[in-house]
Every structure is written in structure tokens, then in C-alpha cells.
Design a protein around this ligand. Sequence first.
Ligand code: ADP
Ligand code: ADP
Ligand code: ZN
Length: 214
Amino acid sequence: MNIILLGPPGAGKGTQASRLVDGRGMVQLSTGDMLRAAVKAESPTGLKAKAVMEAGELVSDEIVSGIIGEALDALEPKTGVIFDGYPRTAAQAESLDAILSSRGRTLDHVIELVVDEDALVDRITGRYTCARCNAGYHDHFQKPEKEGVCDACGSTEFKRRPDDNEETVRTRMAEYRAKTAPILPIYEARALVTKVDGMADIAEVSAAIDATLG
Ligand code: ADP
Ligand code: ADP
Ligand code: ZN
């Protein structure tokens, strides 16, 4: 099974993807995570992407479609994939069709996480992750069981993204509205889209996604 999680920054794509990884053994392909790894490694891709990401704008379609193709090639053909944060433009949606079909894969579901824009700023400015295992947390909505200790790996070091500030979030939301939301009709025409209420509790959102995937 190959699925796309679609929604604005802070909608809960990464949170839900990691629950699907744990629950179903699928693999999460997050272009955001892959780009951040490239920036950290100072690879040629990372050097190109760094300033664009810090500004909250979109990295070029060629770069992200290239890294998605490479990531898919590293997987067993039968492994189910969750596309998290990709595609984000009409050109990327077209590339994804070609990337999937050339590898004998089909797209089974597009889950649209529907959220109030006002809530997104709070979600993003409160977001942090484990510095060791990348598990996601929130200052108010998803605290670790023991304060300051990662539930998943026990690490006591956490990090925040440089682009998770209110100003950049506004740019990222505008990018979503202008370039990403318009790809939904492409998938609606193919009857692939299920809208899920992303304002519900994390567990309720998971349950709704599970019901859709069957
Ligand atoms: P969020 O989870 O908040 O939506 P991501 O981690 O998916 O953010 O992406 C962070 C940044 O990485 C984006 O603001 C953009 O600069 C870049 N990026 C990630 N995925 C893509 C993509 N598919 N196309 C273009 N840029 C991307
Ligand atoms: P995205 O990948 O779409 O940018 P994340 O999954 O990183 O979004 O979620 C953004 C922040 O909001 C994280 O700190 C996460 O813990 C929190 N969060 C995710 N889903 C919910 C939810 N349903 N209710 C409240 N907070 C949530
Ligand atoms: Zn951890």
C-alpha cells in the first residue's frame, strides 16, 4: 500500500506517519526529514536547500522528486510507503505518478488532514523532537511521559527546528494554500482522497486513518 498524507505545516502528518510505521510496518518518506539530513550533512542538495527552507519557501521540484526516487529505490518493492510532505506542487504530483508507475507501484489513498489555520501556529511553535531518535513532541499537546526524557529512547536531549517560528509558519501556510492545496482536485478526480478531521485528538485522528486504510 502506498499513501500520501497531505495537509498544511503542523497538520499532524509526521505524527500520524510515525504511528503508521509502528502499527503497520510501513516506511515513512518525509522530504522535510530528508532535506534536513542533507542540510546537516552539508551535501550539495543541503547547501542548495538550506536558505529556502529557513525562509519557509519550497525547495525545487527536481531536488525533492530526485530524493524521493532514490529513497524508493532503497526499499523492498513490497514495502508500503507513506509519503509525508510530498508531493507539494502539481509538478511533484505528476512526477510521483511517473516515479510510482516506473517501479510497479500504485497510489492507494490520499489522506487530507483538515485543520484550522489558527491552531497551526500553536502546534508549530510548540513542536520539538528527540535529538537522538527524532520522536515528535509538543509543549502542551504531546508531552513525554516523564518530563525531559524521550518515551521512545530515553534521551534527555531535544531540538527545535529553525523554521518553526511564527513568521516562517505564515510563509509556509501561504505556500501550502497557493501551491499544495490545488493538487487535491487531481486526486479527488481519481477518487483517492479521504478527508480526516485533523483537529481531533492524536489517537482519534489515527483511528480515522486506520478505518480508511482498512
Ligand atoms: P512541515 O512538516 O511543517 O509541513 P516539512 O518538514 O515537511 O514541514 O518541510 C520543511 C521544509 O522543507 C518546507 O518548508 C520546504 O522548504 C522543504 N520541503 C519539504 N518537502 C518539500 C517538497 N515536497 N517540496 C518542496 N519543498 C519541500
Ligand atoms: P506536520 O508533520 O504535519 O508538520 P506534526 O506531526 O509535526 O505536523 O505535528 C505538529 C505538532 O503538533 C507536533 O508538535 C505534534 O506533537 C502536534 N500534534 C500533532 N497532531 C496533533 C493533534 N491531533 N492534536 C494536537 N497536537 C498535535
Ligand atoms: Zn528519542
